[in-house]
Write a protein that binds this ligand. Structure first.
Ligand SMILES: *Cc1c(COP(=O)(O)O)cnc(C)c1O
Length: 351
């Protein structure tokens, strides 16, 4: 039976997303979702949609949505691709830019989907290990067809030095995909590198800063020729009508996104300060989550104790370098006070 399935697919393990448990008494801080409402214009557009349009196929190339994104970044619509979440954008990059005997690079640890996407296409993986402080330097002779550079990085929450990134992409022979899922929570981003370098693509998502993980919309910006190649190979109607409309009004409303981001950044600082006081090692986050190391208390044990109190954070126990850390998404202030109270009780109680 199993020989009906491609060898590479049999051998690979699928991506395991963070739990999405049902239940309202949970404090869910495990998948970096945004706790605030998306733009009110989303509600308006949804109530205005005439259901008769749903019997027709949507615009296959999403012109109205891409216009709004192009305007936002000061580029042409030919520089913009939109996909069913940025996960689809990443998958299409491998299919468009990596030959069968080519390779895909990424930092380790980083977004755990990259190696799985490489396995699906059965191409070589060339991870570059981050150092003990989760920084990087490229090996001198490093080469790959495509490199996924996550900035700010997940799960570590840190941003890399932009000059180093600019320097790397200039020397790199392949396509550099800078995954900026969290860039709206940072002071800096690399969008200009995508517009200035023929081999650089910057990917963004509406899942985090725009509070729209449920509509599945990601996009990328880059050289028109690379973007054109992605259009050639995508599914005909990869972004549905409802998502195109919702995303369009959400991107137009920058104020709501920025207000939500400010609230999260403020809460992030408060939680970081408090956790430092409680004896955690807390790095400088440029994302909507914190990467923290409890000192004098096991990360796994704390994860489990929190889980028992209906507070879910993320624990990556299968890697020597991440097993002492927890990734904590920033929720609303009341949620974070509940989290902090629980942490304090667990540490105090010697539980
Ligand atoms: C969340 C995330 C994504 C996925 O975004 P979607 O648009 O929801 O598919 C991509 N890359 C990184 C680093 C992420 O954290």
């Amino acid at each position: 039976m199993s020989d009906l399935i491609r060898k590479s697919v049999r051998a690979m393990t699928g991506y395991v997303p963070g739990e999405q448990p049902k239940g309202t008494d949970l404090v869910k801080l495990n998948t970096n979702e945004n706790p605030y409402l998306p733009s009110p214009d989303v509600q308006d557009i949804l109530s205005m949609i005439d259901i008769s349009v749903l019997s027709r196929y949507p615009d296959p190339v999403c012109v109205e949505l891409r216009k709004v994104i192009a305007e936002l970044h000061g580029c042409a619509i030919e520089n913009v691709f939109v996909g069913n979440g940025s996960d689809e954008v990443l998958a299409l990059c491998i299919r468009a830019f990596v030959e069968r005997d080519g390779s895909v690079g990424y930092f380790d640890p980083s977004y755990s989907l990259y190696p799985i996407l490489a396995d699906i296409e059965d191409v070589e993986k060339k991870p570059v290990a981050l150092d003990a402080r989760f920084g990087w330097s490229m090996p001198d002779d490093y080469a790959a067809s495509l490199f996924f550079l996550t900035n700010p990085n997940a799960p570590t929450s840190f941003a890399y030095d932009k000059a180093n990134i600019a320097d790397f992409v200039k020397r790199f022979d392949g396509v550099a995909l800078i995954d900026e899922a969290y860039a709206d929570f940072a002071e800096e981003n690399c969008m200009d590198l995508a517009l200035e370098n023929d081999n650089v693509i910057v990917a963004r998502t509406l899942s985090k800063s725009y509070s729209l993980a449920g509509i599945r919309l990601g996009y990328c910006v880059g050289n028109a020729e690379l973007i054109g190649a992605m259009f050639k190979i995508k599914d005909s109607y990869n972004v549905n009508y409802l998502t195109q409309e919702v995303a369009r009004v959400a991107v137009l409303d920058q104020n709501t996104m920025k207000a939500n981001v400010s609230a999260i950044v403020e809460t992030r600082q408060l939680v970081a300060d408090k956790l430092s006081e409680l004896g955690f090692e807390v790095g400088a986050s440029r994302t909507n989550f914190l990467w923290v190391k409890p000192l004098g208390y096991g990360a796994k044990r704390l994860f489990e104790k929190l889980r028992a109190k209906n507070i879910i954070v993320r624990y990556f126990g299968n890697d020597e370098r991440t097993k002492d850390y927890l990734r904590v998404s920033i929720g609303t202030a009341p949620e974070m006070f509940q989290f902090l109270d629980a942490v304090e009780a667990i540490l105090d109680g010697g539980e």
